[in-house]
Every structure is written in C-alpha cells, then in structure tokens.
Design a protein around this ligand. Structure first.
Ligand SMILES: Nc1nc2c(ncn2[C@@H]2O[C@H](COP(=O)(O)OP(=O)(O)O)[C@@H](O)[C@H]2O)c(=O)[nH]1
Ligand SMILES: [Mg+2]
Length: 296
C-alpha cells in the first residue's frame, strides 16, 4: 500500500463444500502448511486461523470445515456450527468452488452467507480445467447467483492468481491495526498442529472408514533445547481399527509417524522426537461429551 498512514486488517472466511480446496488455499495464502489437507471430505474438523502479514495489510484467514448437509451426527452438528460462527463475524467471505463444476451443495453454502456481507468467488483448481474457454460462461453463470465483489479463477495448489485474490480481498478490509504479531502464522499452538499432522497422514493413507472413526490427542509435549519430544495418541472405536492403523508389523503406523514428523520439523524447526500410540475408546465419535473433551 502506498499510503503509510493507512493500515488494513480484517477477518476473511474461506467457505465451501468439502474438498474444493479451502485448506490448501489458506496454506497457499499464508505460505505454510498450517491447515491439513487430503482428498477425503471432512479432513478439516476445526475452525483454524491463518495469518498473512504484508506491508500495510494483515489478512486473518479463517479456514472452516466444509458445510455438511447430509448426516446429522453430533460431530457434523459441531462442524456446521463452526461454519456459521465463522461467517457471522468476518469482514469478507471467500466462497470457494471447483472451477470444473458448481453444484447444489455449493449453492447451499453460498445461501448461508448473511446478506450484505462482501463475497468473493474463488474458482479453484483451474489447473485441472483443460478448456480455459469454458471458464467464461461458468463465471457468467456464477455471477447471477449473487452480487460478488469479484470472481477470481485460481489454483491454490499451483499458486496461480493468488496475488489477484489477495488484492481483491485487501480492497474490502477495514482500516485498523494488525491484531497478530508480524511473525504469527496461526492462532493454534504447536501441540494442536502436531496432533493435526498425525491426523492428516491417517486421512491420506487409510481407506474410507477408519479416518472418520479416529481422533488424535497429545499426551505430552516437551521442549529440550531446540528439540521437541512429542507423545501422541490415536483414539479409535474398535480393536479392528487399531489393527488397520498399525498395519503388518506396525508398518502403517511407522509411515504415518515418519511423515507427520517431517511436517512438524518443517514448521517448528529443530529436532522432533515423535512417538505415536493407538488406543481404543468405544463410540468416541457419537458421544457429545467425549467430543467436547477432545476439543471439538
Ligand atoms: N489439482 C488441484 N488440486 C487441488 C487444488 N487445491 C486443492 N486441491 C486438492 O483437493 C483436495 C482437497 O483439498 P483440501 O484443501 O483438503 O479441501 P477442503 O476440504 O476444501 O479443505 C486435496 O487433495 C488437494 O490437494 C488445486 O488448485 N488444484
Ligand atoms: Mg479443509
């Protein structure tokens, strides 16, 4: 920004149906992997903030779980509440869709945005659209759904058009001092991120059932100089799921822990000693009280 006297700062909610690339987009904007991603729906379970500080402007991005309209479980009710809350107190909404197709679920998410709230449409995954000419009619079609501040085709994964998106968002942010420190990347602590990185690998490596019956807790997190000693516990529903997580001779869990540890080293710096245990706790995903205890 040219005028040094003016500083902008505001909250930006990234919303959309599951798997359109919301968390990937937040990570790309912030420049670090603070929100976990996978091909599976509902990888994101928590509202998580990603902070980007540039000269004259601070963006506070709010990543949200994808809005769930199909199943009425206590977990989904909590996910939906997280989305509604994220929408209520932000300055700008980035409604994220897959550039290849906009469907009923996308439109339902858009309908949740309160009237008068500025919305930017982000058409993600343009790298997968072979016929770029097909984008123009789609943009025109999207523009009829609501009044948008801007429609920006982009690729979160490739990092294309992110500056265009940031520019459009910055125009809509209110004047105000930064609310986070210049080095801050997220509102979450290392303990939370460590648990998330373990969960990310479970979502990426295991089939369709087990990840959804799994949660991760941190039993202990100790600093020894610039090294960290982390003890994580993966909670599952049934002994059979424990066996799947461990794999032949513990190989699956070993790979999960190795890759999760790499992500921790990258973000935290320094050495990381990670130990992961798998324990059985019956019915954790159905029990409201247990959910609250685990931090949902
Ligand atoms: N090809 C391509 N894939 C993407 C892009 N953005 C996200 N993805 C992939 O889409 C999947 C879902 O992404 P994620 O960020 O977890 O979606 P979310 O559920 O909306 O948070 C992941 O496998 C990402 O790697 C993109 O711009 N291009
Ligand atoms: Mg996500």
């Amino acid at each position: 920004m040219s005028d040094e006297a003016v500083h902008r700062c505001g909250h930006v909610a990234i919303v959309g149906r599951p798997s359109v690339g919301k968390s990937t987009l937040v990570n790309a904007l912030v420049g670090e992997r603070i929100s976990i991603t996978s091909r599976k729906a509902q990888t994101t379970r928590h509202r998580i903030v990603g902070v980007l500080t540039e000269p004259g402007v601070q963006f506070v991005f709010v990543d949200t779980p994808g809005f769930q309209t199909r199943h009425g479980s206590p977990l989904n009710a909590r996910l939906n509440r997280a989305v509604r809350e994220a929408l209520a107190d932000v300055d700008v909404v980035v409604w994220t869709v897959d550039a290849a197709r906009v469907n009923e679920a996308d439109r339902r998410v858009l309908a949740l945005v309160p009237a008068g709230k500025p919305v930017i449409a982000a058409l993600n995954k343009v790298d997968l659209v072979a016929d770029k000419g097909a984008l123009l009619p789609r943009i025109a079609e999207i523009a009829t759904l609501r009044e948008f501040a801007a429609v920006v085709p982009l690729s979160a994964e490739r990092g294309t058009q992110l500056d265009a998106l940031k520019g459009e968002i910055a125009k809509l942010l209110p004047d105000g001092p930064p609310v986070y420190g210049p080095e801050d990347l997220t509102d979450r602590d290392e303990r939370f991120l460590a648990a998330e990185y373990v969960r990310e690998q479970i979502f990426r490596r295991l089939g369709d059932e087990v990840p959804y019956r799994t949660t991760v807790g941190i039993e202990s997190f100790e600093h020894e100089g610039d090294a960290r000693r982390i003890h994580a516990v993966v909670w599952v529903d049934r002994p059979g799921q424990r066996a799947i997580l461990l794999g032949q001779g513990g190989e699956t869990m070993k790979t999960i822990a190795t890759d999760a540890r790499k992500s921790m080293v990258r973000l935290f710096g320094g050495r990381v000693h990670l130990e992961v245990w798998v324990r059985v706790k019956k019915g954790w995903a159905d029990d409201d009280a247990a959910l609250a205890k685990l931090g949902f």
